[in-house]
Write a protein that binds this ligand. Structure first.
Ligand SMILES: C[S@@+](CC[C@H](N)C(=O)[O-])C[C@H]1O[C@@H](n2cnc3c(N)ncnc32)[C@H](O)[C@@H]1O
Length: 354
């Protein structure tokens, strides 16, 4: 069975734009056409195979950074975690008691390479058909190549599309999903509105997002940075820089002012508060809003710090000194699971349209 990793290593010809192709592109699968109110056109093809479609005459002005375009391969390899996201889907459904329609029609917002949403949903919901959407043709073309390689082109269609847009048919989908998309949007409420609009009445949306409980990690990192100075025991310079950046980044994304130029320049823009995301979801027509904290474990903060270091640097050989791990341990010891659920780092939003 081909994996997304395998396809990446082979660098498929998928990234060539449609203009470079000579063959007549294949048609959109028949089931997908009625799911759009806007016309679709081929976007990325490999020979006669259209790997990614786009919205014709799209007026979206949303932009994404190079980490999702020129550096898409590196991004995919750093963040791919299908099994982890499959567990989160299961956990969100089990804890809320929500059930998804048989053979659901799924709209996935901000799919990237699809590894964390489309791939788990193909496993979890047999017979599902998915529309995978993203602004990055580069990331979507990896998914398109994977679908072709695994004979799954009838199960999912990739469309370059702004998550804040209204190009899909209203009331057409059983399930909307999104792994780490809303916090990238300048107007997350517009993304939630697009999800609510796309769903059938009684349909569900599931989003995985970061929350303002990351303020605890900020406090721990500030303590580690000052302890290094007090001890005269400097951290590895790269570790020091990453922790310093985390402190700045967490502050900038906590209750940000979306009208500022600084906010617009941020790639990851939000660490949501329960109140803000709940109010936004209610405003756009979700009648049931449940937030499931992803992790309340006894070692949560000790677990997350090395993960954040790895994700920021791509390196696994940057350990924190024992005294720094002891600081994280003291945060873990001071804050019980009930607190970690209240001030969650990451959470699963399970929303139902009335
Ligand atoms: C953190 S990544 C998550 C990707 C994927 N869901 C995953 O878990 O690997 C955020 C994704 O959102 C996409 N994105 C950012 N702004 C967008 C927008 N306005 N519309 C659609 N996609 C967007 C980026 O291109 C990127 O692929």
């Amino acid at each position: 069975m081909s994996s997304l990793f395998g396809l990446l290593r082979r660098k498929p010809a998928a990234a060539r734009p449609i203009e470079a192709q000579v063959a007549t592109p294949a048609a959109l699968p028949a089931w997908a056409q009625p799911l759009f109110v806007s016309a679709l056109a081929p976007c990325v093809a490999d020979g006669a195979d259209v790997l990614v479609w786009k919205i014709q005459d799209d007026a979206s002005t949303a932009v994404i950074s190079d980490q999702f375009k020129a550096n898409a391969g590196d991004y995919h390899q750093r963040y791919a975690a299908s099994d982890h996201f499959e567990k989160l889907f299961n956990q969100g459904l089990e804890k809320t008691g929500v059930t998804v329609a048989e053979r659901p029609l799924i709209l996935d917002l901000g799919s990237g390479s699809g590894v964390n949403s489309i791939v788990p949903c193909m496993r979890l919901f047999p017979g599902a058909r998915s529309i995978a959407t993203d602004l990055s043709g580069e990331l979507l073309s990896m998914l398109g190549a994977y679908l072709r390689e695994t004979g799954a082109v009838e199960q999912a269609v990739c469309v370059q599309m702004d998550a804040m847009s209204d190009h899909v048919a209203p009331g057409a989908f059983d399930l909307v999903t999104g792994a780490a998309i809303l916090h990238h949007l300048e107007r997350p409420k517009a993304g939630l509105a697009a999800a609510a609009r796309a769903l059938k009445p009684g349909g569900h949306a599931i989003f995985f997002e970061p929350f303002d409980g990351y303020g605890i990690m900020r406090l721990a990192y500030e303590r580690i940075l000052s302890e290094a100075r007090l001890r005269g025991d400097p951290l590895d310079p790269l570790v020091e820089r990453v922790l310093g950046n985390m402190v700045i980044d967490t502050a900038a994304r906590t209750d940000p002012d979306p009208t500022t130029a600084a906010f617009k320049a941020l790639d990851d823009k939000w660490l949501f508060s329960r109140e803000r995301i709940t109010a936004m979801a209610q405003d756009v027509g979700f009648t049931e809003i449940r937030i499931v904290p992803n992790n309340d474990g006894a070692n949560l903060y000790q677990l997350i710090a090395p993960i954040q270091l790895r994700l920021a640097t791509g390196r696994i050989d940057l350990p924190l000194p024992d005294w720094a791990m002891d600081i994280l341990k003291s945060f873990d010891a001071a804050l019980p699971p009930s607190f970690k659920r209240m001030a969650m780092l990451e959470g699963t939003l399970v929303l139902t349209k009335g």
